[in-house]
Design a protein around this ligand. Structure first.
Ligand SMILES: Nc1ncnc2c1ncn2[C@@H]1O[C@H](COP(=O)(O)OP(=O)(O)OP(=O)(O)O)[C@@H](O)[C@H]1O
Length: 608
């Protein structure tokens, strides 16, 4: 079957294709239609090039790859490419991943790494490279992986930026000398098969590990370095502290301003309310406030469930200073700091056209949901047009903010343990919802609806709201999460929830936002992108770079990835149930030791 695009694939796999393909891709018109080539859909420039195991042979063409100035990934591993590396590769300043392992490249690795400050992963393993390890690799401050094993490299290990490097291997070369002491911590196997000493190998001079005795630092020098570093850190902390104080002050000023506008415009008292203000209302626990004369009822905040939140009335709520958290599908969410001393989140619903009785019934069934991984609905207010929902305010914010916010300096990386715990908590919360009846589903699973406590326990929010809205509600940011069979956001199902949860798992693993206009002109969504990458056996390339620092959990990551792929299957029948999903994640967490053996969640209502 050589029809259509299959013919192109065959051409790439033939050894004669290697060079001509590499020539052609530098022409900007056609490349994005080819397998293995990923383009930026705005510039139509090649941003990733994956040609692994395609039987490419011969030398890389000169002055060709260097034309792909936007390239972030160059993967030519498992081919039979030979000769020296063309130096124009070293002008690709956006390069993050350079995979040339398992080829027949020879000659020295050019010492030209200095401009490649974005490089994170480099593998030159299993080639015939000779000469020294280029010292300019030491300038790569973001380098996390360096694989140089199984070559003919000689000389000593240069000064590398050890703090950023998590995965490292120089075994089976001809390296000599002492292993710098900063490499202590890597296993013996990372250095074996050389004439090296120190570090995890036998000591160079009988007792010392690390650098050879000639370049050993004196006690005074070490003390000087330690004191100098401490002073440096102290200075940086002081500067950060002052900057934070200044920023917070500015933020407070802005918030106060926003708030006064919000109070007047957004949480406006409905026109039919008594002009003398709202009477002081006593909270009616368990929905009892819905009883009584309707005129009074309309002015009441109806409290629900176990009411851990404490008592306050509508007037308190309206007096609270409020800050807009964001606008979503169902209305605007506010953070409201009550004068009585605690903070709540208030959602002002829009597009709810449902009659009062039906609304109260639906919202009270939402209020009955009680699970440690769900964000409980504490109270609601219904008066004609005005509908407010009150829940705990979660100061840490949402998974979406944590994954995609602040990707720059100062970001706290989310490691495997945190991510798998977040996945497990969210799965448990949704599985609980599904266990409450075949027709109970969430309807709007996405990372902005998974809120996180300071100890990274998940609280799934917004469940059951999809059934309240009218047909005109325009979903925000759900497109990437919505199951293919869902055409009306009110017609939700448990299997559609499983799909959305699968996308959320993919988001957790890849670090890519599903709502981001993805990857190429054809608008490939996150599940399809991941599937295509996995099909081509580049599985390890889908994971978020932050996850690659975790050692010995790759199998667990791949298992979770497989589960996510199963959840986001195109046909609902092929998707597992949420209970199965939750059990499987629990097993995965168990095997990697990130079990949730934690103290029960504390009350999440924060005091202001
Ligand atoms: N209880 C809460 N505590 C802290 N932040 C919250 C809380 N509820 C919502 N948020 C945050 O406020 C923002 C707006 O939330 P909202 O639920 O209104 O919209 P959304 O999640 O973006 O979309 P949708 O309405 O479709 O769920 C989001 O970033 C959300 O994470």
């Amino acid at each position: 079957d050589l029809a259509g695009d299959r013919l192109a694939i065959l051409a790439i796999r033939s050894s004669v294709g290697g060079r001509s393909i590499l020539w052609n891709i530098s022409q900007p018109s056609t490349p994005c239609t080819w397998p293995g080539v990923v383009c930026d859909n705005t510039t139509n420039r090649v941003v990733e090039l994956h040609f692994p195991g395609m039987g490419l042979s011969g030398e890389l063409p000169l002055n060709t790859l260097g034309n792909l100035t936007q390239l972030t990934t160059l993967s030519l591993r498992y081919n039979a490419l030979s000769g020296q590396l063309p130096t124009d590769i070293f002008s690709l300043v956006n390069l993050r991943n350079l995979y040339l392992q398992n080829n027949l490249f020879s000659g020295p690795i050019p010492d030209l790494f200095s401009p490649l400050g974005n490089l994170v992963r480099v593998s030159f393993a299993s080639n015939n490279f000779s000469g020294n390890i280029p010292s300019s690799i030491g300038n790569l401050t973001r380098l996390a992986t360096l694989y140089l094993e199984n070559n003919a490299l000689s000389g000593s290990i240069p000064d590398l930026n050890r703090p950023s490097i998590a995965l490292f291997n120089v075994s089976n070369n001809q390296l000599t000398g002492g292993i710098p002491s900063k490499f202590v911590g890597f296993p013996e196997s990372a250095f074996s098969g050389n004439s090296l000493c120190g570090g995890p190998l036998v000591s160079c001079n009988g007792s010392e590990t690390g650098s050879s005795s000639s370049d050993k630092l004196s006690g005074g020098a070490i003390a000087g370095i330690v004191i100098g570093s401490l002073l440096g850190v102290l200075l940086i902390l002081l500067i950060l502290f002052f900057l934070c104080c200044k920023k917070r002050k500015q933020k407070d000023e802005i918030k106060t301003k926003d708030l006064s506008e919000v109070k007047q415009v957004e949480i406006e008292i409905p026109a039919d309310s008594s002009s003398s203000g709202f009477p002081s209302l006593t909270a009616a626990v368990g929905g009892g406030g819905a009883k009584g004369k309707s005129g009074e009822v309309n002015k009441k905040l109806v409290f629900m469930g176990k009411n851990k939140i404490g008592k306050f009335d509508l007037e308190d709520l309206l007096r609270a200073s409020a800050e807009v958290l964001g606008k979503g599908t169902f209305g605007t969410a506010y953070k409201a700091v009550l004068e009585v001393g605690f903070t709540v989140a208030v959602k002002r619903l829009k597009d709810v056209t449902m009659a009062e009785k039906e609304f109260r019934e639906k919202i009270e069934s939402v209020g009955r949901m009680d699970h440690e991984n769900l964000l409980p609905l504490r109270a609601y207010y219904f008066n004609g047009e005005e509908k407010l929902l009150v829940c705990d305010y979660i100061p840490t914010g949402s998974l979406s903010a944590l994954l995609h916010g602040n990707r720059g300096a100062g970001r706290m990386p989310l490691n495997w343990e945190m991510r798998s715990m977040i996945a497990l908590g969210a799965a448990r919360g949704i599985a609980y919802l599904h266990s409450q009846g075949a027709k109970v589903s969430h309807g709007n699973i996405k990372s902005s609806n998974v809120l996180l406590t300071p100890s990274y326990e998940s609280r799934v929010s917004d469940f059951g709201l999809a059934q309240l809205v009218g047909p005109n509600a325009t979903p925000t940011r759900v497109d990437g999460y919505r199951a293919p069979e869902v055409t009306d956001i009110r017609k939700v199902s448990q299997k559609a929830d499983v799909y959305s949860f699968g996308v959320l798992l993919l988001e957790l693993l890849t670090g890519k936002a599903p709502t981001h206009a993805l990857l190429n002109d054809e608008g490939v969504d996150l599940p399809r992108w991941v599937q295509s990458v996995v099909r081509e056996e580049w599985t390890s390339e889908v994971f978020d770079l932050e996850l690659l620092r975790d050692q010995n959990v790759e199998d667990d990551m791949v298992q979770l990835l497989q589960l996510a792929i199963n959840c986001s299957a195109q046909y609902p029948d092929k998707r597992p149930s949420m209970a199965e999903v939750s059990n499987q994640i629990e097993e995965i967490c168990h095997s990697s030791g990130s079990q949730q053996d934690r103290t029960p969640p504390s009350d999440t209502v924060s005091d202001s």
